[in-house]
Design a protein around this ligand. Structure first.
Ligand code: ADP
Ligand code: MG
Length: 412
């Protein structure tokens, strides 16, 4: 079985390399939301209290290495400097000492690690400053592995990527017989999402709610959920691909014509399996996606007229979906019901949040996906869910791959 950090004994004085997910939204060092830093605190505090020397590594943002102009690479690096994140962590764990290593490898980094006292923390500069990180470069992984006696993965949001810091390092340490383990955030995420793919009897009826933008982004999620759930509720832009596939007129709604056949097959397969797929019976439509003055916004049932596009589920659909949601014992939700970034089109997504709030204490409810989770937080419903995943892509990959993630698999 997978070792958790609580299985790690006698950590005092050991160098513990923790891969965390400090990829927070920030600009110029001003952090908009420090949730991801806070989410790693249980693991960090545990290790500090155990007297370990804690080395934290994370990526931040993107460095596009294909960029030919070295000056632009330096600009991208500067925009994704980890130093302000280390400073924020320092505030959160005070009076524990947090130092920062500007170097991502070499003697300077080794010296910084050697200078750690028991119970102190070293934050290493953005792992993506190294070109080899995303390629899982072996020499880089070896160098990082050599810094540590123990490896802990707590970066759920990065664990679907086989990079040097998420997969390369633990593979090497494990081969050397050194302990590798999951942190508290990983354990919580993996346990909750596994429950949505290894469905227990008492968690039925299991209802999946899917929305968001593209069918093509979600094919593997839809396939997996259709196998596991009892009912599938579809909203968001992807609903229009399904509606068009069923022969309805969707006006100028965003449709993926190359997915019509797939959508039809889903509906037919679901019917054969005795599962219901719910699609919107009415929509909020507009003649302009851009929030220009004087645009027409209205509710239509059935066919959407030319010149209009569906941007949210309508009031009848909200009632229909709410009623269905209230019959569930377990919910997995990915993808907003409408263009929730615009106030006029938030009602559908909020209605789903409200229904899930009504299920509090009566069902196990999970939200996964980058935009969905941020909508839930933005509308103030996070506490109403059993679990809101911190990992967008990683939570979807867990659903797609029956609970498997590269970062988790390497630890097992
Ligand atoms: P997640 O990140 O939760 O997996 P997606 O990335 O698939 O979700 O989709 C989120 C995006 O889908 C949001 O930006 C939202 O505006 C958009 N969206 C939802 N419904 C519609 C719609 N009817 N028309 C256009 N965009 C939509
Ligand atoms: Mg998204």
């Amino acid at each position: 079985m997978l070792k958790t950090i609580e299985d790690l004994k006698n950590l005092k004085g050991l160098k513990v390399l923790v891969r965390v997910d400090f990829n927070v939204p920030q600009k110029g060092g001003v952090i908009r939301d420090d949730n991801r830093i806070r989410a790693a605190l249980p693991t960090i505090n545990y290790l500090v209290n155990a007297g370990a020397k804690v080395i934290l590594m994370s990526h931040l943002g993107k460095i596009k290495w294909k960029e030919p102009d070295p000056a632009k690479i330096e600009e991208m690096k500067a925009a994704n400097d980890m130093a302000p994140i280390a400073a924020r962590l320092g505030e959160l764990v005070a009076p524990v000492k947090v130092s920062f290593s500007k170097a991502t490898r070499g003697e300077e980094l080794a010296n910084a690690v050697a200078g750690l006292n028991d119970g102190e923390i070293l934050v290493v500069q953005n792992t993506r400053y190294e070109k080899g990180e995303e390629k899982n470069d072996e020499a880089l992984a070896k160098e990082w592995a050599a810094l540590a006696d123990v490896y802990v993965l707590d970066a759920f949001g990065s664990s679907h990527r086989a990079h040097a810091s998420t997969v390369g390092v633990p593979a090497i340490l494990k081969a050397e017989g050194k302990p590798v383990a999951e942190g508290y955030l990983m354990i919580k995420e993996v346990d909750n999402l596994t429950r949505c793919v290894e469905v227990a009897k008492e968690d039925r009826p299991y209802i999946a709610i899917l929305g968001g933008f593209k069918v093509s982004d979600k094919i593997k999620v839809i396939d997996s959920l259709l196998k596991k759930c009892d009912k599938l509720i579809i909203g968001g832009a992807m609903a229009y691909t399904f509606k068009k596939a069923l022969g309805q007129n969707v006006g100028n709604s965003p449709v993926q014509d190359d997915q019509l056949e797939y959508a039809l097959r889903c509906v037919e397969d679901a019917k054969k399996a005795g599962k219901e797929i719910l699609l919107p019976v009415d929509s909020v439509v507009t003649d302009s996606f851009e929030p220009v003055e004087g645009r027409v916004i209205k509710v239509v049932e059935g066919d959407i007229p030319e010149g209009f596009q569906g941007v949210d589920i309508g009031p009848k659909t909200m009632e229909l979906y709410k009623k269905a949601i209230l019959s569930a014992k377990m919910i997995f939700w990915n993808g907003p019901m409408g263009v929730f970034e615009q106030e006029e089109f938030q009602a559908g997504t909020k209605a789903v949040c409200e229904a899930i709030k009504d299920l509090e204490g009566k069902a196990f409810t999970v939200c996964g996906g980058g935009d969905s989770a941020s909508a839930v937080k933005q509308f103030g419903y996070k506490a109403s869910f059993s679990h809101v995943s911190t990992g967008g892509g990683a939570s979807l990959e867990m659903i797609e791959n029956d609970g498997h993630l590269p970062g988790v698999d390497v630890l097992r």
